[in-house]
Design a protein around this ligand. Structure first.
Ligand code: NAD
Ligand code: GLY
Length: 362
């Protein structure tokens, strides 16, 4: 097991990464203010992991109720959030009862938001089971739900007490979901870690082949990058915005096609290609760099051409992005591979050019 720390003064917390951690209930027990917990998971994960996980908690004297939600991005909404509150109240969960998210980013975001607001805030632990959640969504305290008009538009910053990433759970993850997680892994290389991108370029096949050592290395590098960024800028007033590289386009793709049609990581992959093309059009990176980004994402079995929603629809959807300031869409661009920055100055002609280019090539 490797442990990293998200350094946030008295709210600092560990990220434990390793095999077999679902049975290491002491990692959870040591964090609980009360021997009661509510496990929030979904109908896919429950038959795979809920019984042994719950048994491990019970062996440490933790009385855990379970709340099993329907599976899917389309359920990351108010209605399902309210079902969590119904269950917490029916089970008489108290202020010191810890909510444990057992699942991917959808469960983590929903459960984290529930924890942020139930009784004005209860303890919360992330037990991520997808690659995407282990490298990104479980770390950093962004929680929330979708709105029909925009992705992740309702939510709260709320940090967990611990993140416990059991890499064994990835063995049951479908290939398409694994690839979606690799998109976020590649993102870290592109925005701030050229050496890691170099490693990814050489080792991407080992990740898609699920080699445990390669996966462990990718998860650790990703979590290290994410932890550093979150420690610098917890509430996204500066550098944390870089984590949204490709996401402005990606969120538009997800919302535009209907949540769940493309996976989040798939939309981000196609969005990163658009963001790389935009960086090239703005005179920042070379055409060869765009080709390299596209090649690595393609070898990770991710889509590199965005769907044709039409330029007007893209502009409308991107106008709802959380990075919009005073009506202007802000973009994360690449100065070079391994260094990104926030740009307020993308002319609409360049944007239309990239989206038009994409439409012409799609
Ligand atoms: P997900 O939570 O929908 O999980 C993907 C699918 O895999 C689901 O069907 C799930 O049931 C299944 N699954 C999960 N673990 C499994 C396992 N071990 N074995 C078999 N099946 C398993 O998707 P995701 O990619 O984990 O997360 C995407 C969500 O995360 C999006 O809503 C996105 O907005 C959000 N997100 C949040 C942040 C953040 O900082 N909070 C960052 C990135 C993404
Ligand atoms: N996934 C973006 C962030 O955590 O800021």
């Amino acid at each position: 097991m490797h442990t990293l720390t998200v350094a946030l003064a008295d709210r600092s917390y560990p990220i434990h990464v390793g095999a077999g951690l679902l049975s290491r209930a002491e990692l959870i027990a040591e964090k609980l203010p009360q021997r009661r917990a509510a496990i929030i998971t979904n109908s896919t994960l429950a038959p795979l992991y809920l019984a042994p996980f719950r048994a491990a908690l019970e062996s440490h004297g933790i009385d855990a109720v379970s709340i099993v939600l329907p599976d899917g991005e389309v359920y990351k909404n108010w209605e399902i959030l309210n079902k969590i509150f119904d269950a917490l109240l029916e089970h008489r969960c108290e202020r010191k009862t810890t909510l444990i998210a057992l699942g991917g980013g959808v469960i983590g975001d929903l459960a984290g938001f529930a924890a942020a607001v139930y009784q004005r805030g209860v303890p919360f632990i992330q037990v991520p089971t997808t690659l995407l959640a282990q490298v990104d969504s479980a770390v950093g305290g962004k929680t929330g739900i979708n709105h029909a008009l925009g992705k992740n538009m309702i939510g709260a910053f709320y940090q967990p007490l611990a993140v416990i990433a059991d890499t064994d759970t990835l063995s049951t993850l479908p290939d398409r979901e694994l690839a979606a997680g690799v998109a976020e892994v590649i993102k870290y290389g592109l925005i701030r870690d050229a050496a890691f991108f170099d490693w990814l370029e050489k080792n991407i096949g080992r990740l898609t082949a699920r080699e445990p050592e390669a996966l462990a290395h990718a998860i650790e590098c990703s979590c290290r990058n994410k932890a550093e960024i979150v420690a610098l800028d917890e509430r996204e007033t500066s550098v944390r915005a870089l984590l949204n590289f490709g996401h402005t386009f990606g969120h538009a793709i997800e919302a535009g096609l209907g949540y769940g049609t493309w996976l989040h990581g798939e939309a981000v992959a196609a969005g990163m290609v658009l963001a790389a093309k935009l960086s090239h059009r703005m005179g920042l990176i070379a055409r060869e760099d765009v080709a390299l980004v596209t090649d690595v994402l393609g070898r990770a079995r991710l889509p590199v051409a965005a769907p044709d929603l039409g330029i007007d629809r893209y502009l409308d959807l991107m106008g709802h992005d959380k990075k919009v300031e005073e009506g202007r869409i802000r973009f994360i661009l690449l100065k070079r591979i391994g260094e990104a920055f926030v740009s307020n100055g993308v002319p609409e002609t360049e944007l239309a050019g990239v989206l038009g280019m994409r439409a012409a090539h799609a």
